[in-house]
Design a protein around this ligand. Sequence first.
Ligand code: F6R
Length: 615
Amino acid sequence: MCGIVGYIGYREAYPIVINGLKRLEYRGYDSAGIALFDGEHLKVAKTKGKVVDLEDKVKRELTTDGHIALGHTRWATHGVPNDVNSHPHYSNSENLVIIHNGIIENYESLKKALKERGYTFKSDTDTEVLVNLIEDVMSKENLKLGKAVQVALNQVIGAYAIAVFDKNKPDEIIAARLGSPLAIGVGKDEFFIASDASPFLEFTKNAIYLEDEELAIIRLGRDVKIRKIKDDSMVDPYVQALQLNLEQIEKGGYEHFMLKEIYEQPSAILDTFRGRLLSNEAIIKMSGVEDNMKKFLNAERIIIVACGTSWHAGLVSEYIFEDLARIPVEVEYASEFRYRNPVITEKDIVIAISQSGETADTLAAIKLAKSKGAFVFGVCNVVGSSIARETHAGAYTHAGPEIGVASTKAFTTQITVLSLIALRLARAKGTISSSDFRHHLIELELIPDKVKKALESDSYVKTVADIYKTAKNCLYLGRGYNFPVALEGALKLKEISYIHAEGYPAAEMKHGPIALIDEQMPVIVIATKKGHYEKVVSNIQEIKSRKGKIIGVVTEGDTQVKDLADHVIEVPETLEALSPLLTTIPLQLLSYHIAVMLGKNVDQPRNLAKSVTVE
Ligand code: F6R
């Protein structure tokens, strides 16, 4: 995790890098730092805390002139978050400075060897080891910076996106990546380096995304030169035109990114199926699926790998793939899958789901599945991300940038893409009738408007949030398609309000969790009309007789649950398979309002980061 930003050019570098760090804070926000070169002196300021704390420190300690800067916002891996462990890190001579996103796994042995050669270390970080290794290689072998970085990286085991600057060579920055993302913005007489393109969107729309094991020499007055770190071969830089715009990454009048992203769901879902769902012609067109239809049709099993919210979207799709397309599905935590010697064959299709496209465990699971001969299909949001590139084929969710750490629109758009795939396969396999297929398409087309309707419950959900904001525990129950929604609702509450919450299949309650229920326990029950409604109503009765507080998420017009529950939140009616797209909306709003009322940092909850690029 961590965000890195660099600038070299003719503009004042400080504001560019500070604003860039603010945009990348979703990647980590326990400390921040900046290195500035004013043409003569290389200066570093860094601090525990957020980028605003860094700004305060810079105001007190540094002048901010200069046209070269490297900045970093951290999510600690090696060494606690404190000033010393913050990046950038100097080499011992203070000639070199580095910013790093990733983990150097063999840093201890490298550090030992460097200590024996007289190097000293101020921090506990792996990054300070790397910058001194580069310095050591440079002086020992009398190499230029680019070559020294390359030689050093060949000794490193781990993951990195780095930028390195040498004050004795002030017209260049060296950048490299393995496993962590790195984009280079190419302007006229200026370059930007960043973990994603958001820090430089207003300056240039031309970007080079470094591939794994590539090193870039970024020199003023020259083109970017790229080499393979291992074999030193040259690579032709591929400069692509970015489609993102600034508006998409700003809050647009909302108090938090999370709220903006919750409200963006009608248009995000529409963007997800636009051009793919043609209900008039009763067609679903997805090139990643069409081009590989034979593989999909011959698949004996689909294995879904993902983490967190994306794993929940995978669970929802398990129901729809099995229900409609009759393909057996297993949904695996990527982190478990990769370490348990799973049985995978060439007849398996692995679907990897990831908003960021950078989650380390999911990426490793993909590599494992590929090594066993499986065909791997990616469902990602971030275009050009590592997972999008590592998979054989895929479909983007087109949700637009998701910046709030808690995933919202990523979840609903992932379910949308997966539903389209399941429906397309069901049609191709003949496991769904043409009228049922058409009915699903028509209903899916109505979902954006129905999500809008579900969002109208916002002020009532806020009232409910006010009543339960001081709860210490919460239970979320659902059955069938809405069981994963219960898991997702509980995760949303936990991660942004720090209230303990558990999601359960409603019928499992009596096998244990029912013991928790008393008059203090809010139980959020998803009880929509289709899908085991009567059974869920019985579960509600069981909670009521133990005096639990019941918040029902029900279909518009419901009366039965209304009579039993303390509060009901209505969502429009739809097909059971599509209901998660609606029932999840009030749960997102509930956790959002509770977290805001508790004064929590909704967009940047403690200990979390948006893309988990470490194991
Ligand atoms: C929860 C959340 C995380 C992510 C998980 C996977 O709100 O955001 O649980 O879903 O870290 O991330 P991606 O989808 O980027 O692979």
